[in-house]
Design a protein around this ligand. Structure first.
Ligand code: UDP
Length: 476
């Protein structure tokens, strides 16, 4: 009688904070179901993960889990500063032979580990799926972004054929008519940022579009979203994509399975040292009085933009907690270091850290709003925390996420493409006072739906069960 192989999943994320963070959460969820899981990290990222997090000890309780590492394709002495993503995109393509070798080497079958029966590959590096397929191993694509972003990348052909891309900068408010499901509210300025370029050979554009199209060749797609949030867009996508499992919000899904609650744990998957002193500062602030400000792990801003935000925040009269990564100023000369006004002039109403435990900050009772770059993880974390947002998107998926936040879900305000102190002040006051109640009402509704989706019997919960059964039945 033919024996079903023991299910062993290899997970390979693109090495950036938001990607590794959510794919590690998926790994942990799969571990609960007893699958064998190998998590493939790049050597550079893995070193930082071990340095700044408890990931190694956290996973010790899962004997069927292991980390493995691979090069990221860049020379060892590369600075890997925050702006290295462009180099990484080219570098990582050259890692395919090493990946192939790793997959076929005894490495994966040693120490009594069964052979890999399925790979879950970050859709941003979908070309690694070719190796998996060549070896006869089914491959699932995991996208760490919103469905609305993916769909807008997939519709690249529609945009070009309709003459809606490329476009000149002079009418950024013109509506886009050829992305199904987004007619009537999607403007040029809301398209993913790489659509703003004029050069069709742009590496970000190429990567985003080709990898989105390539990832439709997978056996299935996993998305960190939930049906009640992006249902209409998912319906547009389903005829063009392999089976889509929506499992999100993954961080809440994990808390729900771990502890049957939505309280964030003390663990993190951070690439930076977490400064917990801000939690003590928050403890001494009045209820819902603080604006939390963070632009994620990659976005850069100019010194001038930083000053405009600072003046706007100070002039709003509100308290604020601001994450300023040491490498977040765009121009790297001496003058462009974090302005001293920010570090010395903030006094008691403001608090700054280099990196914070964001999931915990967002649910702290003193925090009343989130000034965010609209990264997808931050958006989902804000939804679970029930915290309305002001969005200042910088790049990639952030432009379209912020449009959905403000116009479709109505859980935040969008200040894209504007950065002056008067606007910042007005937006912050609207968030914390003038529009607070209406935003809170819609946020509360969406937040409840998100929690329901990852609770027993909810859509994301059931989809995970189905995914696990499907993985178990996969044959080599
Ligand atoms: N984050 C954090 N501490 C910080 C700032 C961010 O832990 O001080 C985490 C945040 O919780 C989120 C991730 O970093 O999970 C950022 O991901 P997102 O998709 O929002 O943005 P990206 O960094 O990819 O632009």
């Amino acid at each position: 009688m033919e024996q079903t192989p023991v299910a062993h999943v290899l997970i390979f994320p693109f090495p950036a904070q938001g990607h590794v963070n959510s794919m590690l959460k998926l790994a942990e969820l799969l571990c609960f179901s007893g699958l064998y899981v190998t998590f493939l990290n790049t050597k550079h990222y893995h070193k930082r993960l071990l340095r700044f997090t408890d990931a190694e000890t956290r996973f010790e309780s899962f004997p069927k889990f292991r980390f493995q590492t691979i090069t990221d394709g860049l020379p060892d002495d590369h600075s890997r500063s925050v702006s290295y993503i462009k180099d990484l995109i080219t570098g990582i393509e050259s890692v395919q032979p090493a990946f192939r070798e790793l997959m076929i080497s005894n490495n994966l079958n040693s120490d009594n580990w069964p052979p890999v029966t399925c790979t879950i590959i970050d859709g941003l590096i979908a070309f690694f799926m070719d190796v998996s397929k060549e070896l006869g191993i089914p491959s699932i694509s995991f996208r760490t972004t919103s469905a609305c972003y993916l769909w807008s990348c997939f519709c690249y052909q529609n945009l070009t054929e309709a003459g809606e891309f490329p476009f000149a900068d002079n009418d950024m408010d013109k509506l886009i008519s050829c992305v199904p499901g987004m007619q009537g509210f999607l403007r040029r300025r809301d398209l993913p940022s790489f659509y703003r370029i004029k050069e069709l050979n742009d590496p970000f554009l190429k990567l985003a579009v080709t990898q989105t199209i390539n990832s439709t060749r997978a056996s299935a797609t996993i998305l960190n979203t939930f049906e009640d949030l992006e249902g209409p867009i998912l319906s547009e996508m389903r005829p063009h994509f392999p089976k889509i499992y929506t499992l999100g919000p993954l961080h809440a899904h994990l808390s729900s399975r771990r502890t049957n609650s939505f309280a964030p744990s003390d663990s993190s998957n951070s690439l930076w040292e977490v400064d917990r002193s801000c939690m003590t500062w928050l403890d001494s602030q009045p209820l819902k009085s603080v604006v939390y400000v963070s632009f994620g792990s990659i976005a850069l801003m100019t010194r001038n933009e930083m000053l405009e935000f600072w003046h706007g925040l100070v002039n709003s009269g509100k308290r604020f907690l601001w994450v300023i990564r040491p490498d977040s100023v765009k121009d790297n000369d001496q003058k462009s270091q974090i302005p001293t006004e920010l570090t010395e002039g903030t006094k008691d109403r403001g608090y700054m850290v280099g990196w914070c435990p964001q999931e915990q900050v967002l649910v702290h009772p003193a925090v009343g709003g989130f000034l965010t770059h609209s990264g997808w993880n931050s958006t989902l974390e804000s939804i679970i925390a029930g915290l309305p947002m002001v969005c200042w998107p910088v790049m990639g998926d952030q432009q379209i996420n912020s449009r959905f936040v403000s116009q479709v879900w109505k859980i935040g305000l969008d200040m894209k493409d504007v950065c002056d102190r008067l606007t910042v002040e007005k937006m912050v006051n609207d968030l914390m006072e003038n529009k607070r109640d209406e935003l809170a009402r819609s946020m509360d509704e969406i937040s409840q739906m998100a929690k329901k989706s990852v609770s027993e019997g909810g859509t994301s919960w059931c989809n995970l069960e189905e995914l696990i059964e499907d993985i178990k039945s996969m044959k080599l």
